[in-house]
Write a protein that binds this ligand. Structure first.
Ligand code: SF4
Length: 216
């Protein structure tokens, strides 16, 4: 069976859907390039800046970046080096484990992030005319595919703390009111709102409804 065979596709809805996803991936590649050109960066450099901006600081590592964008550690290092040379990110060894390199945005990096806030808008606007009931089924279907690819190790889905099995909200009265049982530490509200690559959805349906995102 081949999704590239039009005769087989005619008879098989799974092949038709797989082909639609393949075509979407091609369109997304083109649109990402188009939206990255104005800031003089490649799509993967933009993704890296967005990863650093949206990921909790103590897990915004080169290793997690590699998983998030689906590449090797060596390639991620190369991307980071390009951004270091442009003065958009800085790196430092993690205090608890100096083998891990953490990334932060510089002031110039934050300025660029402000300019690319709506990166992905072309794809987003393609969803604008979908009626809500179609969107609901679409989200559940896509979520199931994301979940299946995640279980097979083809992608990482990073999400904020809400909905994670390890999350214990509002257990302390301080400026760090939440607790994570996985990393065994208290979290501020702001930290709990950032993406975490260790997020473990409290139920598969929740994961499917969200449809996932990249570690991001
Ligand atoms: S493991 Fe879950 S609760 Fe812990 S920081 Fe990550 S998302 Fe939050």
């Amino acid at each position: 069976m081949s999704l590239f065979d039009p005769q087989q596709r005619k008879e098989n809805p799974r092949l038709r859907s797989a082909m639609a996803l393949f075509r979407l991936a091609q369109a997304i590649k083109k649109m990402s390039q188009m939206e990255s050109d104005p800031v003089g960066l490649s799509p993967v450099q933009v993704q890296t800046l967005l990863f650093v901006y949206h990921t909790r600081r103590d897990v915004a590592s080169v290793g997690n970046l590699a998983k998030s964008i689906g590449t090797t550690h060596a390639t991620a290092v190369g991307i980071v080096n390009g951004l270091l040379a442009k003065g958009l990110v800085q790196k430092q060894a993690k205090q608890e484990d100096r083998r891990i390199t953490l990334l932060q945005l510089t002031e110039s990096g934050r300025d660029v992030v402000a300019k690319i806030e709506d990166w992905g808008k072309t794809l987003q606007s393609a969803m604008d005319h979908l009626p809500d009931e179609v969107l609901d089924s679409f989200e559940i279907g896509l979520g199931a595919i994301v979940s299946s690819l995640q279980k097979a190790g083809h992608l990482v889905v990073a999400e904020p703390c809400h909905g994670c099995v390890h999350f214990r909200p509002n257990v302390a009265g301080s400026d760090q009111p939440h607790y994570c049982q996985a990393i065994k530490r208290y979290l501020s509200f702001a930290e709990s709102q950032k993406e975490c690559p260790e997020h473990a959805p409290s139920c598969d349906l929740g994961q499917e409804k969200r449809g996932g995102s990249v570690e991001r």
